[in-house]
Design a binder for this molecule. Structure first.
Ligand SMILES: *Cc1c(COP(=O)(O)O)cnc(C)c1O
Length: 388
């Protein structure tokens, strides 16, 4: 029956121990996420740590992540969109939920109705929110985002000067947080970091008693000048390396395993997969694994400039050969003991030493894009156990 239930769960979310009715499953270690949260918070003992759970918790499930972090003491969460805020609020009545996209036009009712806190970043946006406050006849909670070098969201320089000079521009708002965002925090020696920290310190000083927030994951590692009152990490909670170099200070969170659907023999000279790009130099045994680019294993991890990526089968490396298909990947298992690879054997595609940063480097991207690209059809199986 457990099997049938897990088929019926349209959102693919599973409790630990439940069996997946899919050939590929994503194990998500909530224990590792909490451990990573503590590592990040430990960088700044005098600050509080929020958690960024946008894009459904970087693809891992915002509600499950937020619940685990609340149990560890986290009280503030950041999402990108009002819809993400609504989904989180439906499960979590208590914490502060900040919407980084702000007062998205057309979504005002959702923001007010769910008690979300929009992160406002322009004078017209403030004016629109003030009109809502007037109509509601009460102060409305808001965060203010001041741009200090990103040029993406947030009050620009002229608006910042104007707002600091005339606090009347913020009438009707209950300011809960002032924030800015670092552009180059993963590169500690970059000159822009200190410039942004100095500019933001001046802004934060103009709002005494209001918590200030600057540091994303990488910013947590830049020292006390970057910590302010509230840390705002995302990627490092989920195991991604927050810095461009050095050892990863956080532990892996996800393991992607998939079932071998078929083992076949193929002769020297034959080719494998679409485009017949891989030529077999010897008689080979091939294992076809039920996982593909629709699950987030990108075609681009196969490239001519790097050694072949591999799956782990009973801890042994099996090179992936030929193009990755939508639902299937072929591994060369010729060098593995025949009895160890059969229909139904499990192959590890992420985890046990294969990191999201490894896959990102192969694919020419960043771990954020690997995590958020993990397929919606992968059941997420939550566990407290750590991922190797
Ligand atoms: C995504 C985001 C974060 C988290 O960044 P990480 O690099 O994932 O830690 C923090 N603040 C803002 C404004 C963001 O958009």
């Amino acid at each position: 029956m457990a099997r049938v239930e897990s088929i019926a769960r349209a959102d693919g979310r599973m409790a630990g121990g439940e069996r997946a009715a899919a050939p590929a499953v994503l194990d998500v270690s909530l224990g590792a996420i909490v451990a990573n949260y503590r590592v990040l918070a430990g960088q700044a003992p005098r600050s509080r740590a929020a958690a960024v759970v946008k894009a459904d918790g970087y693809g891992l499930g915002a509600v499950a992540v937020a619940r685990a972090l609340m149990a560890a003491g986290c009280r503030s969460f950041f999402v990108a969109t009002p819809a993400e805020g609504l989904a989180l609020r439906a499960e979590l009545p208590d914490p502060d939920i900040f919407v980084l996209d702000g007062l998205v036009a057309g979504h005002e009712d959702a923001i007010l109705g769910a008690g979300l806190i929009p992160v406002l970043g322009s004078v017209p946006e403030v004016a629109a929110y003030q009109a809502l406050a007037t109509a509601a006849g009460r102060l409305l909670p808001a965060a203010l985002h001041f741009d200090t070098g990103m040029n993406r969201l947030g009050f620009d320089h002229a608006e910042t000067v104007a707002v600091l000079a005339d606090r009347g521009m913020l009438a009707g708002l209950d300011i809960r947080l002032v924030m800015s965002h670092l552009a180059c925090a993963d590169t500690p020696e970059h000159r822009l970091n200190a410039r942004q920290a100095r500019a933001f310190a001046e802004i934060a000083a103009a709002f005494p008693g209001v918590p200030a927030s600057l540091a994303n994951s990488a910013g947590c590692f830049l020292g006390p000048d970057y910590h302010f009152d509230l840390l705002r990490p995302g990627i490092a909670l989920y195991g991604g390396h927050p810095l461009a170099s050095g050892a990863n200070p956080v532990e892996p969170v996800v393991r992607l395993t998939a079932t071998v659907l078929q083992v076949r023999n193929a002769q020297a000279g034959a080719t494998v997969g679409y485009g017949a790009t891989h030529h077999l130099a010897r008689d080979s045994r091939l294992a076809t694994i039920g996982c593909g680019y629709a699950d987030g294993i990108r075609r681009s991890i196969q490239n001519a400039n790097a050694p072949a990526p591999y799956a782990l089968i009973h801890g042994q490396k099996a090179p992936l050969v030929g193009r990755i298909s939508m639902d299937l990947i072929v591994a060369d298992v010729t060098d593995l003991p025949p009895a160890s690879v059969q229909r139904g054997t499990e192959a590890v595609l992420i985890g046990d030493g294969i990191t999201i940063d490894d896959l990102a480097a192969r694919a020419g991207t960043i771990s954020y894009e690997i995590l958020t690209g993990l397929g919606a059809r992968l059941p997420r199986r939550y566990t407290q156990d750590r991922i190797g």
